[in-house]
Design a protein. Sequence first.
Length: 437
Amino acid sequence: MKISTYILSIVFLIFITGCSNYYTKQLVEENKNALPILFKNVHIFNGKDSSLVLNQDVLVENGFIKSITEHSETKNDQAYHIIDGKEKTLIPGLIDAHVHLSGSGSVPWENLSADETYNLKAYLHSGITTVYDLGGMASDIEKLSQEVGKGELLGPNIYHSHIPITVKNGHPIPLTKEILGWPLRSFVNTLAPTIEKAEDAEKVIQDYLGENVDYVKIIYDQIPPDSPVMSYNALEALIDQAHGKGYKVFVHIGSPQNAVDAVNAGADILAHGVWRGKLTSGQADIIASSKVPMIYTLAAFQNVNSINQGEYYPEAIDTLLVPNIILDPVTGEKGLDVENQKAMNSFFDDVTDKSQFLFDNFTLLREKNVQMILGTDSSLPGTYAGSTYLQEMDALKAYGLSNFEILSGATYLPSKLFLDIPISERSKWERKQAFCW
C-alpha cells in the first residue's frame, strides 16, 4: 500500500493540549456550547514513537484534549459527540515545511494569478494543518495567517518568511521575472532583498525582520545555473545576524558544496535536497554531524524532470485538487513548451541533467542519519498544494524511508524546528502557537 493511500484513510486531529494563545481561547469561546468529542477505541500515533498506543479513548472538550485513557465501554455516550475510532489511527496534523502560498502552479506561457484561499483548502483536504511559507510577500502571507487564526478563512496554521535574501539577479529573480510577466516583472529587483557584501548583513537582516517574519530564508544556490550566487562570507554574516536576533534560518541549497557551506555557516534547516552534483561520503559526514535537517522536495525535482521530457502526467489526487487549466500546459508533450522560456528551460535542463544524482545522494544522507522533513515547494509548476505532499510521501517511500520515518518527518520533527528560540524572541510564536505536544 502506498503511504499516501494509507494517510487518506486516517482520522486527522492536531494535538492542541496545553495551548493557551489568543486564537485557541477564541475557538474555545465560540464552541463552548458544543458537545465534547469522544474518539472511541482509536490507535494513537504521536509522531515521536515508532509504536502505536492501542485502543484509546480521546476526549476533546472546548478545543482541548481533556483526557486520553484506555478504551472502556462504561462511558455515557449521550454526553459526547462520538467518533468511532475502531481500527483507525489518530495522528497529529501534517506539516508541509516548504510552501509558496502566493504561487499558482501555472507556467509562464499560460500564467494565472494565485488563488491563496483555494491553496489553503487544498492543503487541509490532504490532512495538512500547518504550512511554512518560504518566499512570498510577508505582509500578504501574514494577513492570511491572521485571517486563518481568527477563523475568518479556512486553512492550516501559517508561518512565514519574506521574499528570500539573495544577490542581484540571483535566484529567485530570473524565474520570478518569467513567471510574473510584464509589468510585474519590472518590480522584482526592487522587492527582492539583496546583499552585496558581508558588511551589509546587519542592515539587511534588520530590514528583513521588520517585515514581521517568523524566520529567515536565504538563497545559496544558482537557478538558472549561470546566475550569480552569494558569497560564503555574506551567507555566514547573515546567519550570524539572524541568530543574534533569535531567528532560525532556512537556507536554499542545490549542490553538495552549497549544503556543506550552509551547515558550516550555521544554517538551521536546508531547503531542498542535494541534487546538483554527486555528494561524497566526506561531505555527507559534515552535513550529518551538523544535525541540520533537510527538506528534500523530491517529488518537485521528479516532476520538473518529467515535464522537461514531455512525460509528466498528473496523478489522480492532482486531478482532484488542481484545476485542469494549470495541469494541461505541462501534461504530456505540452510540457516541452518550457524550451521557449529562457530561465525556466535552463533550470529544467539542469534538473534533468543532474537527476542521476538524486537517489545516490539521498541514500548516502539517509545512511548518515540526516533527518528528512517533508515539504513540497508548492505551488510552482509541477508541484501543487496538497496533492504533491502525498506524492512526496510516496517518493520518499520508494527511496527507502520507512512509514515511521515519513510520518515522523511529516509531524513531530518539523514541529520541533523552532522549539529552542530564545525566550526573549518568542512573543510572536506564543501569539501564534500551534505546536503543543
